[in-house]
Design a protein around this ligand. Structure first.
Ligand code: GDP
Length: 311
């Protein structure tokens, strides 16, 4: 079943093309918080307490409520890939905002991350940002983006090419770069229309593949993944499928999901949600967490970087 009230997307951008500004702008316009919280800060960079505690991954994710639908937006690493992080993040998403500077166009990092997103079957929306720049070549950059998509993903993208223009600086999205917009709504509408909700099995017992790890000195290791089936509950007794087909009993501690400024602790996370799980000390990337007595292990993920296993 596809959920219609949720979207999981990633943002892909070369450094300085405006990822932080865009997310900041979306949050501001969603009006879910007081402006005073924001003054002089940029959301993706503002969560200093979380960073001090070592919680790095969750502080890069936000959720936006829009027209009754929750849009989870996950960051992708802007630096060179490390331990397959890009592959693992895109696995939790159904869509990608592929952000490009309207003057600079696609850059090598955009190409690399986009190729991983397309391999994972994620649907791209090309976002041409900074169209207010005097040296913007917005329409040319659309052609370059299309060329890149066809090069990476094949000719099918000629027919399924979604793109939009933004000025994160001035706070609008528009379908025509010659026409100034007045809000980011056209971008959010495009996300709702073009990106499918997550395909899940809400009525089956719990199943979740751990795709990322985080750590905090207060709570220790944190497992992150998208709930594939059932409902994840705090305090729940579960089983983990470990390497070499071993099965280990465990208990879920607390659970968090994304909210507009980072994450929020909840009692339950439903199928399709991306959840952070505290309390399973030996959880590893690639483990499947299932309801007790209902083990259905998903294929393990490859982890290239051994340090990730030692967090
Ligand atoms: P990030 O590295 O992708 O997160 O990029 P930032 O959001 O930090 O933006 C990099 C620089 O580009 C900053 O100086 C922003 O003010 C500027 N910038 C971001 N969006 C726009 C835009 O739409 N128009 C213009 N002119 N500048 C922008």
């Amino acid at each position: 079943m596809r959920r219609s009230d949720l979207r999981n997307i990633v943002i892909i951008a070369h450094v300085d093309h405006g990822k932080t500004s865009l997310v900041d702008c979306l949050l501001k316009q969603s009006g879910q918080f007081r402006d005073s919280q924001l003054q002089g800060t940029q959301i993706l960079d503002s969560n200093d307490i979380e960073r001090e505690r070592g919680i790095t991954i969750l502080s890069k994710n936000i959720a936006l409520p829009y027209k009754g639908i929750k849009i989870n937006i996950m960051d992708t690493p802007g630096h060179a890939d490390f331990g397959g992080e890009v592959e693992r993040v895109v696995r939790m998403a159904d869509g990608a905002l592929v952000l490009m500077d309207a003057a600079e166009g696609p850059m090598p990092q955009t190409r690399f991350v986009l190729s991983k997103a397309l391999e994972a079957g994620v649907k791209p929306i090309i976002v041409i940002n900074k169209i207010d720049r005097p040296d913007a070549r917005s329409l040319e950059v659309v052609d370059e983006a299309l060329e890149l998509l066809v090069d990476l993903g094949g000719e099918e993208y000629l027919d399924h090419f979604n793109h939009i223009f933004t000025s994160a600086k001035e706070g609008y999205a528009t379908l025509d770069p010659a026409v100034r917009g007045d809000s980011m709504q056209p971008l959010l509408d495009m996300v709702l229309e073009q990106i499918p909700g997550p395909e899940v099995e809400p009525d089956e017992p719990l199943q979740l593949l751990v795709t990322n790890l985080d750590w905090s000195e207060y709570v220790g290791r944190i497992g992150i993944g998208r709930v594939q089936a059932g409902v994840l509950k705090s305090g729940q007794s579960v089983e983990l499928s470990k390497k070499n087909n071993q099965i280990a009993p465990a208990q879920i501690g607390s659970i968090s999901i994304f909210d507009n400024l980072g994450r929020t602790e909840v009692d339950e996370a439903s199928a399709g949600e991306i959840a952070a799980i505290v309390g399973i000390e030996d959880v590893e990337i690639g483990d499947t967490i299932c309801a007790k007595g209902h083990m259905r292990a998903l294929p393990r993920l490859e982890v290239d970087d051994p340090t990730l296993e030692m967090v």
